[in-house]
Design a protein around this ligand. Structure first.
Ligand code: GDP
Length: 322
């Protein structure tokens, strides 16, 4: 199975939750016995209210295309605000592509500029998704040009400026590359799934041999769970991690700060986090069982001597699961 790790950047109310909901429904990630009880990212609202750092919990969507090819798309929510400077960079360093979602009437708004500029600076290829094209006051073509102008103003490369543009109504559940095509509204979100898979690369770890190296993962976010204790989330850069495995925590300029056993490996499926026996390079997972590891640390096999390179971080933030 292939993987795509992506981030969605959107101004609040431009329709990110509605879109992710629809991606989950149309991918069949929710099986018959599961229901989308609450909307996907709404649990974050409480965190926002409480002023706690917004969790970058991935939503994972499994897509099988017409040829039967299976892809896991891990979608990371990015805080859309400059206040989360260091966090935004850490989150974006896990992904291989970004979808900039823009309201067809409002166009790109200043609050998403910061995150967009970080994504472009990290060399990520964007897809622009112009949402709410069903709005009577929508002006999709103009907004397309505004997105181009924004990227140009932010110093995008030629390759980034050559971005695909997808038009969508997340509420109605469809997306199309050509808004004027007679069948534009007839294919559900399939054109968006196809574009995410064709335009964004799979994680380098899946084809550069990293999978066969000793396990190493860079911690991106930390939370405290009432039952599992400290939960460290990040992307596996190398090798395979297994439940009950003994690992060490390496810190930049700190050496080995902890040796311990992984009590749980948690993978993301839909909006849930479920225990799995093992996970491999390229995937984004969470680990429980360690007590000292924190953001920007490397969790790895005892044979690893060098920590993975972390982006500079702001004062560490502690996120709390609610
Ligand atoms: P978020 O803040 O980006 O997660 O935005 P939501 O998904 O919560 O959507 C904000 C509002 O826009 C809600 O009232 C949605 O029903 C509405 N909305 C989302 N997608 C569309 C769309 O494609 N067309 C229209 N007309 N409204 C939409």
């Amino acid at each position: 199975m292939s993987i795509r790790n992506i981030a969605i950047i959107a101004h609040v109310d431009h329709g990110k939750t509605t879109l992710v909901d629809q991606l989950l429904r149309q991918s069949g990630t929710f099986r018959d016995n599961q229901q989308v009880v609450e909307r996907v990212m709404d649990s974050n609202d409480l965190e926002k209210e409480r002023g706690i750092t917004i969790l970058a919990k991935p939503t994972s969507v499994d897509w099988v295309d017409d040829a039967g090819v299976h892809t896991r798309i891990n979608i990371i929510d990015t805080p859309g605000h400059a206040d989360f400077g260091g966090e935004v960079e850490r989150i974006l360093s896990m992904v291989d592509g970004v979808v900039l979602l823009v309201d067809a009437a409002e166009g790109p708004l200043p609050q998403t500029k910061f995150v967009t500029s970080k994504a472009l600076a990290l060399g990520l290829k964007p897809i622009v998704l112009i949402n709410k094209v069903d709005r009577s006051d929508g002006r999709p073509e103009e907004v397309h040009i505004e997105a181009f102008d924004l990227f140009a103003a932010l110093g995008a490369t030629d390759e980034q400026l050559d971005f695909p543009c997808i038009f969508a109504s997340a509420r109605q559940g469809w997306a199309a590359e050509d808004l004027n095509a007679p069948d534009a509204r007839d294919n559900g979100l399939k054109p968006l799934f196809a574009k995410i898979i064709s335009h964004f690369p799979e994680p380098a770890a899946l084809h550069d041999g990293s999978e066969n190296e000793p396990f190493a993962m860079l911690v991106t976010t930390i939370e405290s769970d009432p039952y599992l204790g400290r939960i460290l989330t990040g992307k596996i850069e190398k090798g395979t991690v297994k439940t009950n495995m003994n690992v060490q925590v390496l810190r930049m300029e700190g050496g080995v700060v902890e040796r311990g056993r992984i009590s749980k490996v948690l993978a993301f499926r839909g909006i849930q986090r479920i225990p799995v026996e093992e996970a491999s390079a390229g995937d984004i997972i969470a680990i429980a069982g360690l007590t000292q590891g924190t953001v920007a640390d490397t969790i790895c096999d005892a044979s690893v001597t060098e920590p993975l390179k972390a982006l500079p971080i702001d004062p560490p933030t502690l996120s709390i699961t609610v």
